[in-house]
Design a protein around this ligand. Structure first.
Ligand SMILES: [Cu+2]
Length: 183
């Protein structure tokens, strides 16, 4: 009798663990498919998937889809910077050392210096610019953009992707995720 009861207890406990894990949805990191493609949806106020696993040497094309009702941005960096107490970017930007990022449409990309724009007009060099923030992709509701780049050794480690729209309110409301780069 008590053996049966214990069995049930373990089953219920296991079920509870599964339900809690599903409800949290924390570590839903995804990786690009065999062709290097992955789609990330931007909405109020999250990224889906909210985690990204990349490998050095991979050339990846990330499609950023704004499926929400507000403009959203996509940045990757470390060490959140604040402006008058509001989160507004990163001290260290993921794309600082990447010289060839192809963004389509080109006007979705912001934060790179104009003088580094390539004449092929889809290739831009991502650099800190006069606007004071790193490379970002910004999309209005219902629109998308693709970002293509090759992952470098300088990018090994853990990073955060984030949206800092509306004085950082999107970030504070959970519009963030983890980006992990492995050798
Ligand atoms: Cu946002």
């Amino acid at each position: 009798m008590s053996r049966i009861r214990n069995g049930w207890r373990i089953t219920i406990l296991a079920l509870a663990v599964v339900l809690v894990a599903a409800a949290c949805g924390g570590d839903s990191a995804a990786e690009p498919d065999d062709s290097g493609n992955i789609t990330i949806d931007l909405s109020e106020f999250s990224f889906s998937p909210d985690g990204l696993n990349l490998k050095v040497g991979d050339t990846v094309t990330i499609t950023l889809r704004n499926t929400g009702e507000k403009p959203h941005e996509w940045m990757i960096g470390r060490d959140v910077d604040t402006d008058e107490g509001f989160p507004d970017g990163f001290h260290e930007n993921f794309f600082d050392d990447v010289m060839g990022i192809a963004v389509a449409p080109e006007d979705a990309a912001m934060g790179q210096s104009d003088m580094d724009m390539d004449s092929t007009d889809t290739t831009v060099a991502a650099m800190e610019d006069e606007m004071g923030h790193g490379f970002m992709v910004m999309r209005p509701p219902g629109e998308q953009a693709t970002v293509t780049f090759t992952v470098t050794e300088d990018q090994i480690g853990e990073w955060e992707m984030a949206c800092f729209e509306e004085d950082g309110a999107h970030y504070d409301d959970g519009m963030k995720g983890k980006v992990t780069v492995e050798a």
